[in-house]
Design a protein around this ligand. Structure first.
Ligand SMILES: C[S@@+](CC[C@H](N)C(=O)[O-])C[C@H]1O[C@@H](n2cnc3c(N)ncnc32)[C@H](O)[C@@H]1O
Length: 476
């Protein structure tokens, strides 16, 4: 087990070291200029699913980014995910610590779910009687049920609204109430009447299946899509505001791309420290059409990660020997749904440059497929708008789950592999200060890198160890 100036590793092997604790504390013990890249998924500071770690402000704490800067080699890159509502503060924190903001990548997906208030319904619900919503939520709190339990029972994010004593109190629809009611114990008659009455005040005119949330940054126990009951406005005021809401459908997550200042020119920095540049060819959409690509295996079939020329060789975005193969990595990354929708809208265009798109499914390592397009070099480029690298949301098999403990914000392994490879020199060491279930760790190992990771929350540590061990089992 490794020790770091008094900090004991929770887990270590020859390529991965995991520390349990606050990342600022642990990073203080890491030496200056000792890691090659930072690939991290900090809290978005939105209080997701009521998690305290997602509302502590740590992602904006300048101490975090100052330590990250110190530990990173000159010219080293940092990639940090942020929420669309909060990433500006993350970016400012990173910049204020001394990083140069180089770009931002948009990871776009089609399976998000809008958390929007239906203004027309809200007007009808109030209807001069704001107090009845709070009367309901006051009673709900006496049941002892938590927001998490209500979310799980209803497959929604409404739990906190049914319990709040403050803003945006809500009464469930009869459909959702039928899922909650059995958990409540004795239910006074007035509660049933209240739910019925609120539903009856708006005429039901249909229903619609809501899309998404079974995958991605969603509660891991939401397997099916909830049904939305469509109702007609009951009052003139509600009629006037029918069709108005308060939120857009979430369809992208930004990734801050930053670099520690170079010492000298890029060429000098790369030669001295091995950092300062992006692995462009290693991150192209490739040409060999699929299969986990690795041309440097030991006799057991284990991918050693790098060929003799020192390039990373595992992963599906194939680079191989032909540096002209595939597209230049873009600052947009799509998921399948988004790519298909873009293709549907844009149609297929005739190409201009020297590549031709042919359809094909590229397998990207364990746990994820990319319905990527592949290209033959030397012919004409054609295709739809989805001619970008794209990555599906994390599927269920990919998410570690031990005794009903899972992480609520798991990133797709394929995406993390792509990002690790984009910014890390061959054989380099990646630091992930906010490990979660350990997706960055598994991705780094799969791409042949070393990794140091930190996680504060006890319950996620076994998930990390499981990921490392499942990677180990894959090899032999
Ligand atoms: C967004 S999640 C990372 C999820 C991860 N990308 C995955 O795929 O599983 C952020 C993680 O940071 C951890 N965290 C929050 N504050 C921390 C701190 N001060 N030090 C270390 N870890 C922290 C949380 O416990 C949480 O698991």
């Amino acid at each position: 087990m490794r020790w770091l100036r008094g900090v004991k590793a929770h887990y270590s092997n020859d390529r991965a070291t995991i520390y349990h604790g606050d990342c600022i504390e642990v990073m203080r013990s890491l030496p200056d200029n000792s890691v090659d890249s930072i690939v991290t998924d900090p809290p978005y500071e939105l209080g997701f699913m009521g998690k305290g770690w997602d509302a502590s402000g740590i992602a904006y704490n300048p101490e975090v980014w100052r330590n990250v800067l110190r530990v990173l080699k000159p010219g080293g890159h940092l990639l940090a995910f942020g929420g669309t509502r909060t990433w500006h503060r993350l970016a400012v924190g990173i910049e204020d610590a001394g990083f140069e903001i180089r770009d931002s990548i948009a990871w776009m997906y089609g399976s998000g779910f809008p958390k929007s208030l239906d203004v027309s319904k809200a007007i009808d619900k109030n209807n001069g009687e704001v107090g009845r919503l709070l009367k309901f939520t006051f009673w709900m709190r006496t049941t002892g049920l938590t927001a998490k339990q209500l979310d799980a029972a209803t497959d929604t994010f409404m739990g906190s609204h049914y319990l709040t004593s403050k803003s945006q109190p809500a009464i469930p629809t009869p459909e959702l109430w039928s899922l909650i009611r059995p958990l409540c114990g004795n239910v006074p008659e007035w509660v049933d009447l209240l739910v019925e009455r609120i539903a009856a005040e708006r005429e039901v005119v249909g229903e619609r299946r809501q899309r998404g949330r079974a995958e991605g940054d969603a509660p891991f126990n939401t397997a099916s899509s909830p049904t939305e009951i469509l109702t007609a406005p009951a009052t003139p005021e509600a009629q006037k505001w029918a069709g108005w809401g308060t939120a857009l459908k979430p369809a992208h997550e930004p990734i801050v791309v930053a670099r520690k200042p170079l010492i000298g020119t890029v060429a000098e920095n790369v030669l001295t420290h091995g950092t300062g540049a992006l692995n462009i060819d290693g991150s192209r959409i490739g040409t060999d059409g699929g299969g986990t690509h690795c041309n440097n295996r030991d006799k057991n079939g284990k991918c050693l990660g790098h060929d003799n020329a020192g390039r990373s060789t595992s992963g599906a975005t194939v680079h191989g020997d032909n540096s002209a193969s595939g597209r230049w990595p873009a600052n947009v990354i799509l998921d399948e749904a988004m790519a298909a929708e873009l293709d549907r809208q844009s149609g297929v265009s005739a190409g201009k440059v020297g590549m031709k798109q042919i359809s094909g499914k590229v397998t990207f390592g364990v746990g994820g497929d990319i319905n990527a397009k592949r290209f033959d070099s030397g012919t004409t480029d054609s295709g739809g708008a989805s001619r970008f690298f794209y990555v599906p949301k994390a599927n269920k098999n990919e998410r570690p789950n031990i005794d009903e403990t899972a992480h609520p914000t798991v990133k797709p392994l394929t995406l993390m592999r792509y990002l690790c490879k984009l910014v890390t020199p061959p054989g380099g060491t990646i630091l992930e200060p906010f490990a979660g279930s350990g997706t960055t760790i598994e991705a780094a190992l799969m791409e042949g890198f070393n990794v140091i990771a930190i996680e504060m929350t006890d319950e996620y540590l076994p998930l990390i160890v499981e990921r490392i061990e499942r990677y180990g089992e894959m090899l032999f």
